[in-house]
Write a protein that binds this ligand. Structure first.
Ligand code: FAD
Length: 348
């Protein structure tokens, strides 16, 4: 196991923000992960598990404890059953499944970070989310002190949420198993309107698998949602806010505000009576357009939903911008935006 004392964390995050960790451990096998977690728990040491650092906002003071970076490897495909070690790079694993001609996670191409983090916030994009394909998650349960295998139904997946996110100090994901689909070189049915429009097909149709994969990568790159070290628009944590899910009462109040301004808001009704609307739309219409901000942290010039570090920002700069956007949307529409990335040692 690789150990570094007083290790800078900023280079381990896609925002390039955050102070140092007292100690950084890098684990390359499941046994090393479990040993490190057991040792930290036995010593009562604060522990932060990280993968690719693409969904983290770490405070400028850093982390006064042990940071465990999971760098395990393992990609096994048997028929349509895929098993990934937690440390596998997600975007590379997706590309390999497309090379193998299997559908199921092709619309999740280009999402940064590790495979082990994908069940944590039920990673999703362009009409797919991992919950649709995960069969089992193998994890170390810090409460029970043993390895557990959770079936999909035990993971409590919902929109950008799961049991792993609900109980953040309990599970360390070691392996994720997926059931993919052999669809004769075709993709899963296209669900997302923008993808369907771009491909010139109706929602629900299947298209050539590689075309689907490449189309998503192109759409994402156009929004600064594929990592590129040379492009500050990608020095972000992806979408900074989740799309608000409104109760019938909240949605009625929201519509009244929107109608008054003769605007038309995106609305996706859910079967349980709630309605999801678009955080990007709210931010833009509240006056925070692409590139907003004059400091070292600004909105991405390609996407209003990404808060970015232009190179010299501190975490406090980023949070000041996030608070300004959140408060502006609340004042304009009465809707409370909630951060998607995990905050470490800071609050919005
Ligand atoms: C440019 C960009 C685009 C993005 N686009 C999307 C998108 O389209 N859809 C989407 O859903 N997300 C997106 N994200 C967010 C992010 O990529 C995902 O949430 C990703 O799964 C995070 O993986 P990670 O390994 O970087 O996690 P980290 O940032 O390292 O950690 C995130 C959280 O997961 C926990 N964690 C990490 N690994 C483990 C593990 N093995 N066991 C237990 N807990 C763990 C950490 O403790 C932390 O709480 C984007 C981010 C960026 C920068």
């Amino acid at each position: 196991m690789h150990v570094t004392e007083n290790a800078p964390l900023a280079p381990l995050t896609t925002l390039r923000l955050g102070g140092p960790a007292r100690r950084l451990l890098t684990a390359q096998s499941d046994d090393e992960v479990v040993a490190a977690v057991r040792a930290a728990d036995a010593a009562g040491e604060p522990l932060l598990v990280i993968g690719g650092g693409s969904n983290l906002v770490i405070g400028d003071a850093g982390f006064d404890g042990t940071v465990l970076r999971i760098a395990t490897t393992g990609f096994t495909l048997e028929g349509t059953a895929l098993e990934l070690a937690a440390g596998e790079v997600w975007s590379e694993a997706v590309a390999r499944t497309v090379d193998a001609g299997l559908a199921g996670i092709e619309f999740l191409a280009g999402i940064p970070g590790s495979a082990g983090a994908t069940p944590v916030q039920n990673v999703g994009a362009y009409g797919q989310e991992v919950a649709q394909r995960v069969t089992e998650v193998v994890a170390y349960d810090r409460t029970a002190g043993e390895l557990v295998t959770l079936a999909n139904a035990d993971c409590a997946f919902s929109y950008r949420h799961s049991r792993f996110k609900a109980e953040p100090d309990r599970y360390v994901v070691l392996r994720v198993r997926f059931a993919l689909e052999e669809a004769a070189g075709l993709s899963s049915p296209v669900q997302y309107a923008e993808v369907a429009r771009t491909l010139g097909v109706a929602a629900g149709e299947r298209v050539d698998l590689r075309t689907a994969f490449e189309t998503v990568l192109r759409l994402r790159a156009g929004k600064g949602m594929v990592l590129d070290p040379a492009d500050h628009d990608t020095w972000s944590a992806g979408s900074f806010f989740t799309n608000p899910v409104l109760s019938p009462e909240q949605f009625a109040a929201f519509l009244a505000q929107v109608d008054e301004r003769r605007l038309e808001a995106p609305a996706w009704p859910a079967p349980d009576g709630h309605t999801k609307t678009s955080a990007a739309w709210l931010i833009d219409r509240a006056g925070f357009t692409k590139g907003y901000g004059s400091g070292p942290a600004t909105l991405s010039t390609k996407h209003t939903l990404a808060l970015t570090n232009r190179g010299r920002a501190s975490t406090e700069d980023l949070l000041a911008l996030a608070r300004e956007v959140r408060d502006g949307v609340r004042a304009a529409f009465g809707v409370e935006l909630v951060n998607e990335p995990v905050m470490v040692g800071v609050r919005l």
